[in-house]
Design a binder for this molecule. Structure first.
Ligand SMILES: *Cc1c(COP(=O)(O)O)cnc(C)c1O
Length: 396
């Protein structure tokens, strides 16, 4: 992508985030929609209620579970960030992945899923989809579009991508995969959590883009939410039908918090991209480190496709240690860190670290392969984070 397009996109995000999902009712002219909590909605006439209840895909407020002003405001903001047609909020990022898959798959059909997929999504595919009679094939994340074409069957209805992969950070050729999927009439679903805003899914042929809003978009480690954003009104109807059938619901308080977090998303993304580069470059030069799995780093795996398709990077990457830096040492390292704390998730203001080896099904067993950890660079000064890594590496 040309540099001026990147600059235009970043400028666009900053202004968009101050406008999206603003109060439209304006009864009291508050900038943000206040929190609307509620289950029952009252109507004066049967006809009014009938009209509201029958507006399945519209925004008439008819009952708590069907969503209200806070859901709609956040949906507008996420649709603007993702560049999609419409968005549906769900209870978590994991729910967003399962809702997206269930919306497009029926018994007897086949789905191609990247082998680099987020662990709980893999489990969902193997257990729930398997039990429902949906056939699942896991394909290598870096497969070429022409190789993937050979894996399609007459029953293939969907291709699930996640780029880069959870924990292993391979970058997928999403536009190439989408081209093949289109030829076979299959829907492309992308878990775009790492690529939030940096990767514009619908410009690259994706049909359904999933976000764990729990991560960067909320940004403060205090909310679990997910979103399913789609390219067409027809897909929105399929997603909405599934959400209503499952009774999927998110709290309006959480939607309000997520929208509040989203206002600073542009600033956080820009700052954390450059902070992560600084930390990753320092690590890459350390003698205990074999490689840093960060697509934004020049020379790293996936860097070429990242450069072609992304306008920036999440501050989440993997570190692979040299032979002889045992899994025990990598755990001692994590425990010696003071600013990076051990914990799941990412996208908040605080730096985090997790062991990877032994947790990823397709990586070699801990006693065979090199040890790996995952780091998330938060909003601390990058110099302090580097000093923290240095003291912990010196101590192991
Ligand atoms: C965290 C995460 C999810 C799940 O989000 P939750 O809100 O924690 O359920 C899904 N996909 C990716 C890539 C994630 O990082």
């Amino acid at each position: 992508m040309a540099d001026h397009d990147d600059a235009r996109r970043k400028r666009g995000l900053l202004t968009t985030l101050t406008r999206a999902g603003r109060s439209t009712e304006n009864t009291a002219r508050y900038v943000n929609p206040p929190v609307y909590r509620g289950s029952t909605v009252l109507f004066d006439t049967v006809e009014d209620r009938q009209r509201a209840v029958s507006s399945r895909y519209g925004r008439a407020v008819s009952y708590g579970v069907n969503g209200g002003a806070n859901h709609h405001a956040l949906e507008d903001a996420v649709a603007a960030i993702e560049g999609g047609d419409r968005c549906q909020i769900v209870s978590s990022g994991a729910a967003a992945c399962s809702v997206a898959l269930l919306s497009v798959l029926r018994s007897g059909e086949h789905v191609l899923v990247t082998d680099g997929v987020y662990g709980p999504t893999r489990q969902f595919c193997k257990s729930v989809l398997g039990n429902l009679g949906v056939e699942v094939t896991f394909y290598p994340p870096t497969i070429s579009a022409s190789e993937l074409a050979l894996a399609f069957r007459p029953t293939t209805r969907a291709v699930f991508c996640e780029s880069p992969s959870s924990h292993t950070f391979e970058v997928q050729d999403v536009p190439g995969i989408a081209g093949v999927a289109r030829q076979h009439g299959a829907v492309v679903i992308l878990d775009n959590t790492w690529g939030v805003h940096h990767f514009q899914p619908f410009e690259h042929g994706v049909d359904i883009s999933v976000q764990a809003l729990t991560k960067y978009l909320s940004g403060h480690s205090d909310v679990c939410l997910g979103s399913v954003t789609v390219a067409s009104p027809q897909l929105f109807e399929q997603v909405r039908d599934m959400v209503l059938a499952l009774g999927q619901y998110a709290s309006p308080d959480d939607c309000w918090l997520a929208l509040r977090g989203a206002r600073t998303l542009g600033l956080r993304l820009a700052h954390q991209h450059s902070a992560a580069i600084q930390v990753a470059e320092w690590l890459a030069a350390h003698p205990a480190v074999a490689q840093v799995l960060f697509p934004a780093l020049s020379g790293a795996p996936g860097h070429d496709i990242w450069r072609r398709d992304f306008s920036g990077a999440a501050s989440l990457f993997g570190v692979e240690f040299i032979d002889g830096f045992t899994i025990g040492k990598s755990h001692a390292l994590l425990e010696a860190l003071r600013l990076f704390r051990i914990g799941a998730s990412w996208g908040g203001f605080e730096s985090l670290a997790l062991p990877t080896t032994g947790y990823i099904e397709r990586l070699p067993a801990p006693d065979v392969g090199r040890s790996r950890v995952r780091l998330y660079v938060g909003l601390e000064a990058p110099e302090d984070l580097i000093a923290d890594l240095k003291q912990a590496l010196d101590a192991c």
